[in-house]
Design a protein around this ligand. Structure first.
Ligand SMILES: Cc1ncc(COP(=O)(O)O)c(C=O)c1O
Length: 387
């Protein structure tokens, strides 16, 4: 049994972004990593590599691709050939490569906003237009739901080279249904738009929810989709930078792989070994416990907000350890991020970085101990009530 209530001091001997970017009196609840140590089998693998003493060059072994293929089969009964797997230095580099290859100044990248801030950087990093497809925000009591405007989606997607999907969605926590995914895919296929499905959060499922990869929904869809997966979020090893692009279509794969090679995007050896152990199944008992803890944390956040912050609205995430809170109906003037940083000494993520509609909202990372989570919420609540 893992006790997720016990977390190490992440400010000690470290350069962790989340814990060192702000002064010591600030409680960080922003960057999307968790405060928990990685599961034992991964740490043992890393120790073994270090004990060897030599940290020379390593190429991704064919066994690693077999491990990824076996995991897709075990999780989703999705049968892919190991050769369909391309190793990438991370998911951000994976979708950046895809944008370089399959988007162009004439046909940009379509994204559903608000969405993960790095999606918004592609236009600058790759130099292709960003095509926003805003969700429709629906309010029910203090619960927020975000829905797809299908006419708008079709209108905008047809101008794109790639449709970059975030599923499960950061920051909204949505797992799209099979019906929604199929409808999105049909639109993309109709307009010859490559689907890039960022599924980095796909194993962080809350309340026993199920997940289906976009590419599993049919052969035609699979042929038109680049799926990005990684053990980094699930097993809390994002600093090791290792991810995978699954591209069953040989033509798309050759073009993608060519660009990866061209850019010399090599993964470090520790990342390769850790990913192999993470996806081997040896850490699945830990993952089961983690999901339970994160589900309880999610429920703690939603319960706390309902009880103490009546004018605050929020999503109920199906997956991830990210909550999306709306302060537009509160007394806060201006950015709630700045308000909480100054008045509560809590650093959350500024809603606007996820898109224009994020103004007045924040993303809160609940991938931490219940004690720290409560401390953060208490401080925010006190600041809110002192206006
Ligand atoms: C949706 C999404 N994609 C990608 C990443 C980052 O991936 P990587 O660190 O592998 O580049 C994150 C991290 O928060 C994310 O939320």
């Amino acid at each position: 049994m893992t006790d997720f209530n016990l977390i190490p001091d992440r400010r000690k001997n470290s350069m962790f972004t989340k814990w060192t970017a702000y002064p010591k009196d600030i409680l960080p609840m922003w960057v999307a990593d968790m405060d928990f140590p990685a599961p034992r089998p991964i740490l043992e693998t890393l120790h073994k590599q270090i004990e060897h003493g030599v940290l020379g060059y390593e190429m991704p072994a064919s066994t690693l691709k077999e491990t990824v293929a076996a995991r897709m089969n075990a999780l989703y009964n999705w049968k892919i050939k190991p050769e369909a797997v391309v190793t990438v230095t991370g998911i951000v580099s994976g979708f950046s490569v895809a944008a370089r290859v399959f988007a162009s100044p004439k046909r940009g990248v379509a994204i559903q906003t608000p969405v993960y801030n790095e999606f918004h950087e592609i236009k600058n990093n790759v130099g292709v237009p960003q095509i926003d497809i805003p969700f429709v925000k629906k309010v029910n009591g203090n619960v927020l739901n975000y829905e797809i405007d299908w006419d708008l989606l079709e209108q905008r997607v047809k101008k794109a080279g790639i449709f970059l999907l975030c599923n499960p969605h950061n920051p909204l926590g949505i797992i799209f249904s099979k019906k929604e995914l199929t409808r999105m895919a049909e639109i993309c296929i109709r307009h010859k738009v490559v689907i890039v499905s960022d599924e980095i959060h796909s194993e962080l499922l809350l309340s026993g929810n199920q997940f289906t990869p976009m590419a599993k929904l049919g052969r035609e869809i699979e042929k038109n989709t680049i799926t990005l997966v990684s053990p980094s979020k699930t097993f809390n090893i994002p600093g090791l930078f290792c991810g995978f692009a699954i591209i069953p279509n040989p033509e798309l794969r050759a073009r993608f792989e060519n660009e990866v090679n061209h850019l010399r995007l090599h993964v470090g050896s520790l990342g390769l070994h850790a990913a192999n152990t993470a996806f081997s199944g040896k850490c699945d008992a830990w993952l089961k416990e983690l999901r339970k803890y994160l589900t309880d944390n999610r429920d703690f956040v939603t319960g706390y907000v309902s009880e103490h912050m009546p004018n605050v609205r929020l999503t109920i995430p199906d997956a991830t350890y990210l909550a999306w809170l709306d302060f537009t109906q509160t007394e806060i003037e201006g950015s709630p991020y700045e308000f909480f940083l100054k008045n509560a000494k809590v650093a959350v993520s500024e809603g606007k970085i996820f898109g224009k509609a994020g103004a007045g909202h924040i993303r809160l990372n609940f991938g931490t101990s219940r004690e720290l989570l409560k401390r953060g919420l208490d401080r925010m609540n006190k600041a809110l009530h002192s206006i």
